[in-house]
Design a protein around this ligand. Structure first.
Ligand SMILES: Cc1ncc(C[n+]2csc(CCOP(=O)(O)OP(=O)(O)O)c2C)c(N)n1
Length: 335
């Protein structure tokens, strides 16, 4: 697909969002290292093209579910940077009122059913959302992001099977960044690649270069069309790479520095996209530089906001932990 086939405003949005995700993760890393962010931290640097290439095809009403590496998905789906930072710092203005932290970023306003510390935990949520779309005859779709490690987990297999037999409007997006903590994916499964797993469930599957946002955009476009026209689910394996350790405290003894440097030098999704934009004469360098300036400013202002926000009061600790009555509407009487 040529860039000129994508509307210019969308290209701008894609570039800005990828840059925002990258610069934000870099700022979060710095902040964590000076002891300002409690809990664990899984950065998304290197994988930006997947979240952005996918979400560029979605409407606000389409649902996503995310992972423990979820800052990028949250921002791509329209989540507020301020709510993200306030959540990281444990402040009341955060996405989960300061009680979730990095791994639990929910944003119902933008139909993000949340990131999740349970590997593969978002898959049943996406399948459930897709079932509700089918039963209510809505045209919305659900997307579940997960890592390749999650494809060895039972939620993946049950989710794909149900989605297939019920022909649900759901897209399974596997971000194959090659490592499950310290284990290379070739040691996690006997067959090569995740996409092949679609065969056993009768689900069309495709492998795509996850470092090329245009390639991701193109395959997801087709998957979304399939879902909206009730043709059923699709499995997408985006081949990607995390440029940082599994968590921020990972000493990465399981992989070679040359390998990491090779990916940074040759497969940086931002550099690849920037080159395409310039070469295909979509925008000039000065437009991209202005976006970079705006992004830096937005992050700076956001950190100030999060720092100045209050912590929750101790008596708020037990609020919002359990759901009470469902706010859903009964759309199917199962008696
Ligand atoms: C059900 C479950 N099993 C194990 C873990 C421990 N764990 C946390 S992250 C992780 C690796 C996940 O790898 P992958 O799904 O490929 O995602 P990535 O971290 O590479 O993005 C594991 C095993 C967990 N959180 N949940």
């Amino acid at each position: 697909m040529l860039l000129s086939e994508i509307p210019k405003e969308k290209i701008l949005w894609m570039y800005k969002t990828m840059l925002l995700i990258r610069k934000n993760e870099e700022a979060v890393e710095k902040y964590y290292r000076i002891g300002k962010i409690p809990g664990s931290l899984h950065l998304y640097i290197g994988e930006e093209a997947v979240a952005v290439g996918v979400v560029a095809n979605l409407n606000r009403e389409d649902v996503i579910t995310s992972t423990h590496r979820g800052h990028g998905h949250f921002l791509a789906k329209g989540g507020s940077l301020k709510k993200l930072w306030a959540e990281l710092l444990g402040k009341r203005t955060g996405a989960c009122k300061g009680k979730g932290g990095s791994m639990h970023l929910f944003d119902f306003e933008n139909c993000n059913l949340g990131s999740n510390g349970i590997v593969g935990g978002g898959i049943p949520h996406a399948v459930g959302a897709a079932l509700s779309f089918k039963l209510s005859e809505s045209k919305n779709v659900a997307v579940s992001f997960f890592g390749e490690g999650a494809t060895n987990q039972q939620n993946f297999h049950e989710g794909l099977n149900l989605a297939s037999i019920w022909k649900l409007p759901v897209i399974f997006v596997c971000e194959n960044n090659q490592y499950q903590i310290s284990l290379h994916y070739s040691k996690q499964q006997a067959i090569e690649g995740v996409a092949k797993r679609g065969i056993s469930y009768g689900i069309p599957a495709v492998e795509v270069d996850g470092q090329d946002v245009v390639a991701v955009y193109e395959v997801v476009k087709r998957a979304v069309e399939r879902a909206r026209s009730r043709e059923g689910p699709t499995l997408i394996e985006a081949k990607t790479y995390r440029f940082t350790g599994h968590t921020i405290d990972d000493n990465e003894l399981y992989r070679n520095r040359d390998e990491v440097e090779w990916w940074k030098k040759n497969k940086d999704p931002l550099a690849i996209f920037e080159r395409k934009i310039i070469e295909e004469k979509i925008f000039g360098k000065e437009v991209l530089e202005k976006i970079a300036e705006d992004v830096e400013k937005e992050i700076e202002e956001t950190i100030k906001f999060a720092e100045e926000s209050p912590y929750p009061e101790p008596e708020e600790l037990f609020e919002d932990l359990y759901s009470t009555k469902t706010k859903g509407t009964l759309i199917w009487n199962w008696e």
